[in-house]
Design a protein around this ligand. Structure first.
Ligand code: NG1
Ligand code: MG
Length: 514
């Protein structure tokens, strides 16, 4: 069987390959409307429509950077683009059916290194179109330039909600360019994931890869196990639809965590605490390592498992499915307890203390770890509790998969729910990426019948995901709408976008219009 990452991009002729059966009719109307609006806007019919979905992460938070596997799921909300390739020009015109997003047109300058201007300090919706164009032209597949194209966007992934609207924008835009330029031959899904990770880097985000993999590789009716080490792999994790039936309900806190302004004391700081902690552990364990090189906790696990490879190298046969892996995770956790949990390190290290134990000069530390500015909370890098979260969360991912594979029947929802609750507690207390609104929704969710509830995505705002028995989903949603403080007084339309049950949908695709 071909691995999902090695499969070619998907071309679909009918929407029942894309959405669950009960959504096909409504989505058909939406897709037709988009094609008609394109014709009105640009004066000719579009040649094809591309789609890329948002994602919800079910388990495995803030561990993709440490190269541990995660289990996200593509969701029904998505970005679709009607596309008209134009051989007569290199101009790109991009419009959005939502009038709050103004139209744009730009002509890339392929003679310059920058090609297009992207203002990363003030991101607009079309910054993602440009980021994709840049990612496309810099990829060997593109031969360095693109023909012109007219694009009309329709997005239903709420922006800034932790459901990866950015990945959906970038991937759909990349697909539009790849198909316009007839460059999809021989292109695999894995290649598109890497291309879109690179492209999202163009808007100044140091992305971990989970969002892009979920949006591209997901298959209908299944979540996706994404492995990053030693190489990118995707494996469907089927979610039982009946017996016992349960749903994942997404509830947006309506708090947006603006990475551009907060990353220095949350997202980017956690990445530094993770990398510095791993370097310190590798050093204490006497593993092959040079402090100027970054090392991930996943690589340390492999070293402790006795694999023969360089710390920063790949190619080791250490698939996340091997039973020895669980043992190696536990061994690493014990090592974290011993070496990072000691009295002198446990509560955190100042930069002076950290550089001194790492044996690095202040300058070398800055060069290796501080390419993005950070502000440690209370002046201390909390390497111990971050490390504990990461290893325990990585173990929970194994447990989550095992529960689904074990066909636990009636016990499955409770098993999965418990794992999700433990993840939320660790995100809140150890990784410290929850916030009071997430705590409020997850507590309300459990009170109203959810078996598990946690933040999804980076946290500090954004969305929550709750596992809810299918029979009570409508009542559950009604209850949370009534009780969550920030939903007070909002219109039905806004509320329906903020809280909804979602089923797995399939990954990115192309739909030719003949
Ligand atoms: P969000 O902020 O939800 O897009 C981020 C990262 C992921 C992953 C999660 C935490 C980006 C684009 N995405 O997700 O790679 O690290 O946080 O699990 O930074
Ligand atoms: Mg994002």
């Amino acid at each position: 069987m071909t691995a999902p990452v090695d499969l070619p991009l998907v071309t679909v002729d009918a929407l029942d390959k894309v959405y669950p059966a009960d959504r096909v009719a409504a989505q058909g109307v939406r897709w037709n409307n988009l094609a008609e609006s394109f014709t009105k806007q640009y004066g000719y019919k579009p040649a094809f429509i591309v789609r890329a979905p948002g994602r919800v992460n079910l388990i495995g938070e803030h561990i993709d950077h440490a190269l541990f596997g995660v289990v996200p799921m593509a969701i029904i909300p998505d970005v679709i683009i009607a596309v008209g390739p134009r051989k007569d020009t290199t101009e790109i015109r991009a419009a959005n059916v939502d009038s709050k997003y103004s139209s744009t047109a730009f002509t890339p300058d392929y003679a310059t290194e920058s090609v297009v201007d992207i203002d990363t300090r003030s991101l607009q919706w079309h910054s993602y179109v440009k980021a994709a164009l840049l990612g496309y032209t810099r990829h060997p597949h593109s031969q360095g330039s693109s023909i012109g194209a007219d694009l009309l966007y329709d997005g239903t992934v709420p922006a800034g909600s932790g459901l990866s609207s950015s990945a959906a924008m970038v991937i759909s835009s990349l697909l539009a360019l790849l198909v316009s330029n007839a460059r999809t031959d021989g292109l695999t899904k894995g290649e598109l994931v890497k291309m879109s990770m690179g492209a999202e880097g163009n808007v100044g985000v140091n992305t971990g890869g989970m969002d892009q993999a979920a949006s591209v590789i997901s298959t209908a009716a299944a979540a996706l196990y994404v492995q990053f080490f030693p190489s990118l792999e995707g494996e469907p994790v089927p979610i039982p639809s009946t017996d016992p039936a349960f749903s994942f309900v997404i509830a947006n806190t309506l708090v947006t965590s603006d990475k551009a302004t907060t990353a220095k004391f949350n997202y980017n700081l956690r990445v530094v605490e993770t990398l510095a902690g791993a370097a310190l552990l590798a050093k204490k364990l006497g593993l092959r390592y040079t402090p100027q090189d970054k090392v991930s906790y996943r690589e340390i696990v492999s070293q402790l498992a006795g694999s023969e490879h360089e710390l920063t190298g790949a190619g080791v046969n250490a698939s996340d499915k091997t039973s020895g892996l669980r043992q190696a995770f536990k061994k690493t956790l014990a090592a974290i307890e011993e070496h990072l949990g000691s009295a002198d390190i446990r509560e955190g290290l100042t930069e002076e203390e950290l550089t001194s134990v790492l044996g690095l000069s202040k300058q070398d530390f800055a060069n290796t770890y501080l390419n993005l500015a950070v502000e440690p909370i209370g002046g201390k890098y909390r390497v111990y509790i971050r490390a504990k979260h990461i290893l325990e969360e990585a173990l929970r991912v194994l447990d989550f998969r095992k529960a689904i594979e074990s066909k636990a029947g009636g016990d499955l929802p409770k098993l999965l729910g418990d794992i999700m609750n433990a993840s939320q507690a660790s995100c809140r207390d150890q990784f410290m990426c929850s916030c009071k609104e997430i705590d409020e929704i997850t507590a309300l969710a459990l009170e109203h019948g959810a078996l598990g509830s946690r933040l999804t995505g980076a946290g500090w705002g954004g969305s929550t995901v709750s596992l809810v028995p299918a029979a009570i989903v409508p009542q559950f949603i009604a209850d949370i709408k009534k009780r969550y403080s920030k939903y007070n007084g909002l219109s039905d339309d806004v509320l329906d976008q903020a809280i909804f049950a979602t089923l797995p949908s399939s990954g990115a695709c192309v739909h030719p219009l003949v």
